[in-house]
Ligand binder design. Structure first.
Ligand SMILES: Cc1ncc(COP(=O)(O)O)c(C=O)c1O
Length: 386
């Protein structure tokens, strides 16, 4: 695969002077910090949590308590909501950190320190194993042709070729950037091939809760004792700043993951846990908002696309998806040269893979009046390509 200055940096174990950058974040964060009028880049729900009323005007009691006085154990809350046993859950700071604990917990230590990683994917997910001393080897779940917006299928032969030479596999079943859940037969196949090879399967499910209540809600921890699900409050609940995440696996995996947490983190941030406790009884409300934003915003996006000759079927759940620009248009050029004129930001597909230079990812998780103003601007951007 060709390298690209926006795409994930795959390769061998890293450490020291040549530590690999997350190109995507180095490009994206300054743009967000600058502020943008029409932000279609946020893959998480824009949900206004009302902290004033949640804290009832009181300073949080005990937010600086020592570990011995913890009155909120995130494991009980997650276990209750996900209907698993308390002993199967471990907390961490967001999916980002929980992925480390999960991989360390499930990797087969009799195998080479190589990890098979599904691409295209969000760069930290494609790369993090390098920082744990592993080589990452990609296998593809990508478009079948230039107009394929999902669901994308796993290239089974690619994974079959490397499976005996890796200690674990990392996947993102509800895929970023397509927004589509992995097909059920691919999910079962993936679980099976990992089980047969005797290796762990780490599943980033940061977007999965947008499928709750549908046939697409299939957390990977249900697919066997070698599978571990990783999730957080970041995307579907609009609480990324809390950095509250968790792992669900077998009791044995959870013991390992908890020890990984002790080794790498010690204990979790109490203020975040206290705020999560207050938000927890209300978590179904943002999930309802996701449905509402789909109902209100998606038709506007579809209209703009079809007026500009772009054929697209949105994913059946969630608040983002991706589609190709007219043939020959480079997504980074489009964002930097055209969208910037209208103070609008979308995500170039290049951020997930050098192969996706013609795709953009657009999110519809913002409130209706904001989104319809953004659609007007987006229409102008697409008109400029004619
Ligand atoms: C696939 C994927 N996983 C994880 C994250 C980050 O999750 P968290 O904030 O829980 O660390 C993102 C953020 O964009 C993502 O796209």
């Amino acid at each position: 695969m060709d390298e690209h200055p926006l795409s994930p940096n795959l390769g061998g174990a890293s450490g020291g002077g040549d530590f690999p950058s997350i190109n995507y974040l180095e490009w994206y964060e300054p743009r967000l910090q600058q502020g943008v009028t029409h932000d279609l880049s946020q893959s998480g729900l824009q949900y206004p949590w009302d902290w004033e009323s949640l804290v009832e005007g009181k300073m949080l009691d005990g937010y600086s308590d020592l570990i011995s006085k913890i009155e909120f154990d995130p494991r009980t809350f997650v276990a209750d909501r996900e209907q698993v046993d308390y002993s199967q859950v471990v907390g961490g700071h967001g999916v980002s950190q929980c992925l480390l604990f999960a991989l360390l917990a499930v990797m087969n230590d009799n195998k080479p320190r190589k990890v098979a990683v599904e691409v295209p994917s969000y760069a930290p997910v494609s790369q993090f194993a390098r920082a744990l001393g592993c080589e990452v080897i990609p296998f593809t779940r990508g478009p079948a042709n230039s107009s394929d917006c999902g669901p994308w299928k796993i290239c089974r032969s690619e994974l079959e070729e490397i499976i005996d030479n890796v200690c674990a596999v990392v996947t993102t079943p509800l895929q970023n950037p397509t927004g589509w859940m992995m097909d059920a037969d691919d999910q079962q196949w993936l679980a099976n091939i990992c089980r047969k090879a005797g290796i762990g399967l780490v599943s980033d499910e940061v977007y999965l809760d947008s499928t709750k209540g549908t046939e697409y809600y299939r957390p990977m921890h249900r697919f066997g004792p070698h599978c571990v699900s990783v999730n957080s409050l970041t995307k579907c609940y609009g609480l990324g700043n809390l950095r509250v995440g968790w792992i669900i696996g077998t009791k044995e995996i959870a013991v390992n993951a908890f020890r990984a947490m002790h080794n790498l983190q010690g204990s979790l941030a109490m203020p975040s846990l206290h705020l999560a406790k207050l938000a927890w009884p209300h978590l179904d409300t943002p999930l309802e908002y996701i449905k509402q934003r789909r109902a209100e915003n998606l038709p506007l996006l579809q209209e703009v696309l079809s007026n500009n000759g772009i054929e697209w079927s949105p994913p059946p759940t969630g608040i983002f998806g991706c589609f190709p620009l007219p043939e020959g248009i480079d997504s980074q050029w489009f964002v930097e040269e055209i969208c910037s004129k209208y103070d609008l930001l979308v995500i170039p597909g290049l951020m997930f893979s050098p192969e996706l230079s013609n795709l953009v990812r657009v999110a519809w998780g913002s409130e209706l009046s904001q989104f319809s103003a953004a659609m007007e601007a987006f229409n102008h951007c697409l008109q400029e390509l004619k």
